[in-house]
Design a protein around this ligand. Structure first.
Ligand SMILES: [Zn+2]
Length: 895
């Protein structure tokens, strides 16, 4: 895929660490001070009661400034996002961290105050403030190039051509020293919106994932929904009648227009509530925008016709009012944005004329589709409340839509989705339909079979957490949601519902921040419980509910991991390890900032940084166990020079430049002793270059129109896949070249195509005196054959048949002199949905032949393998809810 540079689960290295824990007097650790890793600012400070008179935001800043040793925060880097009233006359000020004026992704700090005037006091403070940021704050790559680079993050050329690009401005990604990125949302001509972060110093895509469609924060005082759809002037409140989807005619709040007509605009609440009928329009025309001339559903008389029912408009309009009132009456919230901003629903969208059986919050409004075989989606009050809760979350904790924070976003939306429905309908908490989401949408079948998710599925982190990277469900945001949502629902069943609703809402409004994980969520709910005056017994009940779902400190250690972690929470893009002679090399966010690091595969010692701190991106490293070689790109040079660099793994030797170009693309760097090879691409051709014994690199001659990709280098032999076009057909041929003689020793005959298309050779490796490659019968094949041959072209054998059910479809082949490791990956979502068993897994087969074995029984996704010596393999593993660099010395065998 085009973006090999994507990150995994985000939540950069800030595991809560108990520093000065208070005695667990309530049966649960709500510590007095929680510090975060990767930052010196405490994640939670409680039990303060320190005088802080004055306007709340100014008083909070003065408090932080007065205690530099406690907080390690520069108040000049904080900007007030919101100040909210909490019960008991308390106020919470939420700040955003700005590094040199640039917002820091997930950098938020909250200060909670009690009392009034001269008696005002700070009670507690906490959040995520990143103290190690030194990243530049001005982009060096021109805006147009950043935009082009973001578009390259879309795999499909048709999507690129038709994509709508939204530039959300600069943001600092808070890994280590930080990285200045431009944040884009791409709306492809088809498919889901994609959020892409582009390194502003190099133009490289550093993070990309599917997303709901965010839009820029609106100007101060203006809600996004208002900006999108301001109600017309001169409207008067009115009432009328309209049929629901089920046929019952109900009273509706309307607006009377100056022309005498009526429309679905409810003026009786502080938030103006409007409902639009898309009349079968494409959902993309309504995603974060409104077609020109769109207006709320209207009628000449206050009695609306049957179409208002069959489209779902009446249900959406009535349900929006119910959800609004729930948050107002029960939780004291003024609309979704907390400021009485407009609430807008669009119903009856399709997917280019075909049914769109879904609903979503587009960060400004709700959008609903219909069927097939379902009632219009606004019929389900829990679905409407779920989508509207996303609007509340966006204006409070604003969880990042990836990994655990994204799963908490879905969990909180599920919780209030059901809480609103059971409250409005008078359903008992022990009713079997109470925990079901969307269960009322099916005309036939049981509610259980109809429900999209259920909060009584009893899933736990330890038994059920799905360990995937961004590729699937944005790191499992829906797949892992009920683990956290189930705990919240258990709390609602065990406490009284009103107390539970307040508890979850106060955690959202007063504690949680965009990058928080499940354990931070637990700590936030317990801390909010103390603010609300819950008894010790109630707090123990809350803690027990989280325990029952495995949400407690250190859950990752209890899920049966058989690999050893070398680096935890790898969030840097372009992270893929190389290994040799017991050493690894990889781009990472280490103690010295983002860069290229080397470490020992036995885990001893501290990884050392190899790449200079020069504002460039250093990645795609190879190592022979003594030295590393890699590509540096970008920097302050506007011509964005690319450079091949080498350095000893000790981190103490000089960094040497081997090759530099301002006009060509450099890639596939390989190092083996005093031999070094890389590719140079220009004018549509890719040519191998070789440097021996420190000499100047020379280009190897290739026939006219031929290219060489996928270099491998070992013991004086250089291999590549030679490609050229024969008419419509792409020919791919594994080729071996001797550096000593300067001649090609073998050019393998093309494998006979099995199907209509050509066969494809990819993913070379040189190991054990053999050349290995993956042979695919055609470019749509689900599995390929791993073949091996002597470097002179003799003795071709099939090491692993494509008939093996877990044979690979793509590389790399990670080979040592003893074994080759490959990755099996399901191409599509399995029929029964994603499970840990269906995520990518590593397999290993002896070079001499034999039965393939699982490398590791780690249950989550396994990615980017590199082979050391013997059977030892290092890879990126997402099992534990973060992406970790891990190692195993021998295959686990059967799992
Ligand atoms: Zn959702």
């Amino acid at each position: 895929m085009a973006v090999a540079t994507v990150v995994a689960a985000l939540a950069p290295g800030v595991p809560p660490v108990l520093a000065a824990a208070a005695p667990a007097s309530d049966g649960d650790p709500v510590p007095a001070l929680v510090t975060g890793g990767g930052t010196e600012a405490p994640q939670l400070v409680t039990g303060l009661s320190e005088p802080a008179p004055g306007e709340p935001a100014a008083a909070a800043l003065a408090h932080l400034a007065a205690h530099p040793d406690r907080y390690r925060i520069d108040p000049g880097e904080l900007a007030e996002l919101a100040t909210t009233e909490a019960p008991g006359g308390r106020r919470t000020v939420r700040f955003e961290q700005r590094h040199g004026g640039v917002p820091v992704l997930g950098g938020q700090y909250l200060v909670r105050l009690s009392g009034q005037g001269a008696g005002q006091k700070v009670e507690s403070a906490g959040g995520r403030y990143f103290t190690a940021l030194t990243a530049p704050t001005v982009a060096t790559v021109p805006a147009e190039e950043l935009r082009r680079s973001a578009l390259d993050g879309l795999d499909d050329a048709r999507d690129r051509a038709g994509a709508d690009v939204e530039d959300l401005g600069p943001v600092v990604l808070p890994d280590g020293a930080g990285l200045l990125a431009e944040r884009f949302v791409l709306h492809p001509a088809s498919g889901r919106a994609r959020e892409v972060f582009v390194d502003a110093a190099t133009g490289a895509v550093v993070l990309a994932h599917d997303t709901r469609a965010p839009r820029p924060e609106p100007a101060a005082g203006e809600s996004a929904a208002t900006a999108a759809t301001a109600p017309a002037e001169g409207l008067q409140p009115a009432t009328g009648t309209a049929p629901e989807a089920h046929g019952r005619t109900v009273a509706v709040n309307l607006a009377r227009r100056p022309d005498g007509g009526y429309q679905f605009t409810d003026l009786t609440r502080t938030s103006v509530i409007s409902t639009y009928d898309a009349a079968g329009g494409d959902f993309l025309d309504y995603q974060r925008k409104m077609p020109a001339g769109a207006a709320p559903l209207s009628s000449a008389t206050p009695a609306f016709p049957a179409a208002a029912g069959s489209s779902g408009a009446t249900d959406a309009h009535v349900n929006a009012g119910i959800v609004h009132d729930f948050f107002r009456d029960r939780l004291g919230r003024n609309g979704l944005d907390g400021k009485g901003g407009a609430i807008v629903s669009v119903v009856n969208v399709t997917d280019l004329g075909t049914p769109f059986p879904n609903a979503f919050w587009d960060r400004t409004k709700m959008v609903y589709g219909n069927g097939p075989g379902r009632y219009p989606f606004p019929v389900a009050l829990d679905v409407a409340a779920h989508e509207m809760t996303h609007g509340v979350v966006q204006n409070t904790a604003n969880f990042f839509d990836l990994g655990q924070p994204g799963a908490m976003n879905e969990a909180v939306a599920d919780y209030f989705g059901n809480a609103v429905e059971v409250t409005a309908r008078g359903t008992a908490m022990d009713d079997p339909t109470a925990p079901l989401l969307g269960e009322s949408l099916c005309p036939t079948g049981t509610p259980q079979a109809c429900a999209e998710r259920r909060l009584d599925d009893r899933r736990t982190t330890v038994a059920d957490f799905l360990g995937t990277r961004h590729e699937i469900d944005a790191g499992g945001v829906h797949l892992n949601a009920t683990i956290f949502g189930g705990a919240l629902w258990d709390i609602r069943r065990a406490l009284d519902p009103l107390t539970a609703d307040r508890l979850v809402y106060r955690a959202l409004a007063d504690y949680l921040t965009p990058l928080d994980d499940f354990v931070a969520g637990r700590n936030a709910v317990l801390a909010a419980g103390r603010d609300l005056g819950l008894t010790k017994r109630q707090l123990r009940t809350v803690a027990a509910a989280f325990d029952a779902h495995g949400i407690k400190e250190g859950w990752q250690q209890r899920i049966g991991i058989d690999s050893r972690a070398l680096l935890r929470d790898v969030t840097t893009g372009m992270a893929a390890p190389a290994a040799a002679h017991g050493r690894w090399v990889m781009r990472a966010d280490g103690a010295a900032g983002v860069g290229l690091y080397a470490g020992a595969l036995d885990g001893r010692g501290t990884p050392v940084r190899l790449s200079p701190e020069d504002g460039r991106s250093h990645s795609w490293a190879d190592t022979d166990g003594t030295n590393a070689a890699w590509v540096a790109k970008g920097g302050s040079d506007p011509r964005a020079a690319q450079e091949v660099l080498t350095a000893p793994l000790s981190g103490t030797g000089p960094v040497r430049s081997v090759f530099r170009s301002t006009t060509e693309q450099v890639g596939a760097v390989r190092i083996s002793g005093t031999d070094l090879a890389f590719t140079v691409s220009s004018d549509g051709r890719t040519v191998p270059h070789v440097s021996r014994d420190g000499g100047a690199p020379v280009a190897l001659p290739l026939p006219e129109g031929h290219s060489a990709t996928g270099l491998v280098l070992r013991d004086g032999l250089l291999g590549w896949v030679e490609t050229w076009q024969e008419g419509e057909r792409l020919v791919t041929v594994p080729t071996v070249h001797s550096l000593a003689t300067g001649t090609v020793t073998a050019r393998f005959p093309e494998h006979a195509p099995a199907g209509s298309g050509p066969s494809l050779a990819t993913s070379l490796a040189l190991a054990g005196g053999r050349l290995l490659w993956l042979d695919l019968p055609d470019d749509h094949a689900a599995r390929g054959t791993i073949r091996s041959a002597a470097p002179d072209g003799s003795g071709i054998v099939d090491l692993l048949s494509a008939d093996f059910p877990q044979a690979p479809r793509t590389g790399p082949l990670a080979a040592s002199d003893q074994a080759v490791t490959f990755r099996y990956e399901n191409e599509k979502k399995p029929a029964g949905g994603w499970t840990n068993a269906a995520l990518p897994k590593l397999w290993q087969i002896p070079l001499a032949g034999g039965a393939p074995q699982r490398v590791s029984c780690d249950r989550g996704g396994q990615y980017e393998a590199a082979a050391d010596e013997g059977t030892r393999v290092v890879w990126l593993d997402a099992t534990a809810g973060t992406t970790d660099l891990v190692v195993r010395d021998r295959p686990a065998g059967r799992c």
